[in-house]
Design a binder for this molecule. Structure first.
Ligand SMILES: *Cc1c(COP(=O)(O)O)cnc(C)c1O
Length: 373
């Protein structure tokens, strides 16, 4: 398919040159042992966001614009994929096989960056509430040239993913959320990046960082990074999925596995005594569950658009903003930083050059009728 090849060449052209990772500067032994390749345009800007209506704080609200981390696709998966896809390349993989919900950003990131790097991509998608955002995600997945398989419920999705893995040429499996120790180093590095910006006077050191949390990998990376810096900053994960999947124990486990990963490779890390890691999980915004629209998250959609220039959605950005409002009310004197985790590069895909017919017939029903958000 020549158009697809053209699209892939153009995508490759949007990949950035290499950059110095603050994490590798801090622990130079890592650079030789840890797979990494550039995908992100970083540092991402950190800017004040006075535009949030109804926010009552005096300390001010800032935002870290990871939504703009790549012109191909932004958001918080990109820093992880710099490690993950480098690992896939190092292992000689040809096909990335992954699983996620219909609206999964991790699936979209796998599809877009995987294809840009020349991998074949197969994604098995489980059902979740259908929103406009989910439709845009499906079209972006299809447009990238990934092979999409409808998984249905969790059990059939797991079976179909196993089958896809069995059939794939030199497969590399990416778990839902892509949140193991290696990729999550991307958010340890992101925290060190923010510290450099604070040192340069681009923003004050935040008392609290608010970020939507699913698998907890972003919170874990940021909290470990803050501990390495000796900052008293608390990372607040706004829970956007069920408590069984997203809780303090999961985040603590992830921090522990990153610490072991670093200690095995960087003696300097082992010798350091870390202060306590500070994080909280805020459950107030999640509502009935993952991807489920709530009145507050629906109301936040246009506010997200004022903030990052593209419509928000109810799963992540809407719930994070709804929680931020509460947190700001409760802590009016604090400096709060909202970490933007949603892409603003791709959301214009309402005008995606492919339509629902680019997807396998099993997905047609997700494009029928109106949706709530
Ligand atoms: C994946 C994702 C999250 C959750 O990140 P975790 O590290 O899995 O907790 C939050 N916001 C957006 C937009 C995401 O795509």
């Amino acid at each position: 398919m020549p158009e697809r090849d053209d699209a892939r060449r153009a995508a490759r052209g949007s990949l950035p040159a290499a950059r110095e990772l603050p994490l590798f500067a801090e622990l130079p032994e890592l650079a030789r042992q840890v797979p990494w390749r550039p995908l992100a345009h970083a540092p991402t800007p950190v800017v004040p966001c006075a535009a949030i209506e109804g926010y009552l704080g005096r300390g001010g609200v800032w935002t870290k614009r990871d939504d703009r981390i790549s012109p191909l696709y932004g958001g918080n998966k990109v820093r992880r994929f710099e490690f993950l896809l480098a690992d896939a390349e190092r292992r000689g993989a040809r096909t990335l096989v992954t699983v996620g919900g219909l609206a999964s950003t991790q699936v979209t990131a796998t599809a877009i960056f995987g294809r840009a790097l020349g991998f074949a991509v197969t994604a098995v998608l489980f059902d979740q509430p259908v929103t406009r955002f989910a439709r845009r995600a499906l079209l972006a997945d299809a447009e990238s040239g990934a092979a999409l398989v409808h998984g249905g419920g969790y059990a059939t999705t797991a079976l179909r993913a196993l089958r896809a893995h069995g059939r794939a040429d030199r497969p590399y499996f990416i778990l839902p959320g892509a949140s193991s120790a290696l990729p999550c180093l991307g958010y340890v590095d992101a925290m060190l990046e923010l510290a450099e910006q604070v040192r340069r006077g681009e923003a004050p050191r935040p008392d609290r960082i608010v970020v939507p949390t699913g698998t907890g990998g972003t919170v874990a990376g940021l909290a470990l990074g803050a501990a390495m810096l000796g900052w008293p900053t608390t990372i607040v994960g706004v829970r956007i999925t069920e408590r069984i999947a997203s809780n303090r124990a999961v985040v603590r486990y992830e921090i522990g596995s990153m610490m072991r990963y670093l200690a095995r490779r960087a003696p300097r890390f082992t010798r350091r005594r870390l202060p306590d890691v500070r994080f909280e999980i805020d459950p107030r915004a999640v509502g009935p569950g993952y991807g489920a629209p709530t009145p507050a998250s629906i109301a936040a959609i246009p506010e997200v658009e004022r903030l990052i220039g593209v419509p928000g959605e109810v799963t992540y950005s809407g719930k994070a903003l709804a929680a931020l409002r509460e947190i700001g009310r409760e802590r009016p004197g604090e400096t709060i930083l909202l970490w933007q985790t949603l892409s603003s590069a791709r959301a214009a895909a309402d005008a995606a050059p492919v339509g629902p017919e680019a997807l396998p017939p099993a997905f047609a029903r997700f494009f029928e009728g109106d949706v709530a958000a």
